[in-house]
Write a protein that binds this ligand. Structure first.
Ligand SMILES: [Fe+2]
Ligand SMILES: [Fe+2]
Length: 196
């Protein structure tokens, strides 16, 4: 059986040949792709395990500890979710990890939390940029932004504080139900006409 004749696959070899029947098949498969997102996100978080990068804890522990601190401060589920995944871009985006994380969470969180995740890298720089010959006050260009204090608080209370090997960090399993519930519905997506 050739690939063209395979059941449950579109027949086109170039999109310009696509038909409604083709796209009904593809749309059906996209549901499976979407349903697999929580497992893939959890797998990507696990990729951060064992990578210390010179820090006292590995990147997975840092992520879990950031989320644990937010959870114990009674932040809401969406905030804890953002805390957990804020550095998920470290593997694919070492030069712009916050952009990667922000893109991942964007369909599922408020604009405020998306902004926090996207900008956390420059705000976190307040705690170390000066050791790298950079400007620790680079975040000041956002001083008048309505979410400046919100993002500065995230870095101060949770992110910059989450490098302690002695802290009782909750395991990834603790956050799995939260990850699954937060990823259940995409509020903003180009493919549902709810984002541009
Ligand atoms: Fe980060
Ligand atoms: Fe971080």
């Amino acid at each position: 059986m050739t690939q063209t004749e395979a059941p449950n696959r579109a027949r086109f070899h170039a999109m310009i040949e696509g038909t409604q029947e083709d796209w009904s098949i593809i749309a059906g498969h996209s549901i499976e792709l979407f349903q697999g997102l929580p497992d893939r996100l959890l797998a990507h978080l696990r990729l951060l395990g064992g990578d210390f990068g010179g820090f006292a804890v590995d990147r997975l522990t840092h992520s879990l500890q950031t989320a644990t601190r937010a959870y114990r401060a009674n932040r809401d589920d969406e905030y804890v979710f953002c805390s957990l995944v804020h550095d998920i871009g470290d593997t694919l985006g070492p030069a712009n990890h916050a952009d990667v994380a922000a893109a991942v969470v964007k369909p599922f969180v408020s604009e405020q939390n998306h902004w926090m995740v996207e900008k956390h890298a420059i705000f976190q720089g307040y705690y170390f940029f000066h050791f790298l010959g950079l400007d620790r006050d680079a975040r000041e260009k956002y001083r008048e932004h309505e979410w400046f204090d919100y993002t500065a608080e995230f870095c101060e209370e949770y992110d910059q504080a989450a490098f302690d090997p002695g802290y009782e960090t909750l395991p990834l399993e603790h956050f799995e139900p939260l990850v699954r519930s937060q990823l259940a519905t995409a509020r903003r997506s180009l493919y549902s006409g709810t984002d541009s």
